[in-house]
Design a protein around this ligand. Structure first.
Ligand code: URA
Length: 268
């Protein structure tokens, strides 16, 4: 078994069913079964880990924001904070995120999780929020969902750090992995916006509802947003299921594979 077959087996997508006339399509009832090794995507597994942008944990009990939010005496107004972030370099951004106290998540995080990977990527993957492992390590997608994401990327010949940057909508873990709340997403939005502006990816892969809703500025289901896609500041957005959802619902993996194929067609 070659490395690609191993990878596809890993993400639960072997044997591949490729639709006639649609290279790479999976799950079509008119499909022709092919051997995984027929495909031409070379992958390498067990690559060395990419350097994470881990950040220090120190957070004051009482938030004293470097770039605070609206309302408190002497603090910058929200639009000033956003404008300041909009001019930051990568290093300034990382440092600012590390000190951020703009929302309540600063009180419970261990590390901020700014992002990791190629800072001039073709693809930028945007997840939801750090989980327990990510909070411990300061790197996005390092737990089980991250292993699946890496396997999915590898199955199409991509990997974090080489043409791919990975970030989340919010940079701090919500306690107990609850959903991000609207004020938390809003407080973190200037950071995500600046990351995308600095990275200038050719494609955004939105993993899950919160990522897709944030990037497309729409309150819709993942299914509807997968179907329509869209753009963020002229960058095409391909919406797919969150790897955590795919771990719980493996039958949807074929659809995620379709999404990856779509992304590869748009930006190989
Ligand atoms: N889920 C996410 O959305 N992001 C991570 O970094 C980890 C799990």
């Amino acid at each position: 078994m070659n490395s690609r077959e191993v990878m596809l087996r890993e993400i639960g997508l072997t044997p591949i069913w490729r639709a006639r006339g649609v290279p790479g399509a999976v799950g079509d009832s008119t499909a022709t079964k092919i051997a995984a090794s027929d495909a031409d995507i070379a992958v390498t597994i067990a690559e060395p880990a990419v350097t994470a942008v881990a950040t220090p944990a120190a957070v004051p009990e009482t938030p004293s924001a470097e770039l605070p939010v609206d309302g408190a005496p002497g603090q910058l107004a929200h639009h000033d904070r956003a404008a300041t972030i909009a001019n930051m370099s990568w290093d300034e951004l990382t440092a600012s995120i590390a000190k951020c106290t703009a929302c309540k998540l600063c009180k419970t995080r261990t590390n901020t999780v700014p992002g990791v990977g190629d800072r001039s990527p073709l693809w930028m993957v945007i997840g939801e929020a750090p989980g327990e492992q990510e909070d411990k390590r300061g790197e996005p997608f390092v737990g089980k969902a991250g292993q699946l994401l890496d396997a999915m990327l590898a199955a199409v010949g991509k990997k974090r750090g080489d043409g791919v940057y990975i970030a989340n909508v919010i940079k701090c873990r919500p306690p107990g992995n609850r959903n991000p709340e609207p004020d938390e997403i809003a407080a973190c939005e200037p950071y995500l916006r600046r990351q995308i502006a600095l990275a200038q990816p050719k494609l955004l892969l939105a993993a899950g509802k919160f990522s897709a809703q944030t990037l497309l500025n729409r309150e819709d289901t993942v299914g509807a947003m997968r179907a329509s896609g869209g753009n963020y500041e002229s960058i095409p957005v391909v919406v797919t299921y969150h790897p955590s959802y795919l771990l719980r619902t493996p039958t949807e993996k074929a659809k995620a594979w379709d999404d990856l194929m779509k992304a590869c067609t748009l930006v190989p």
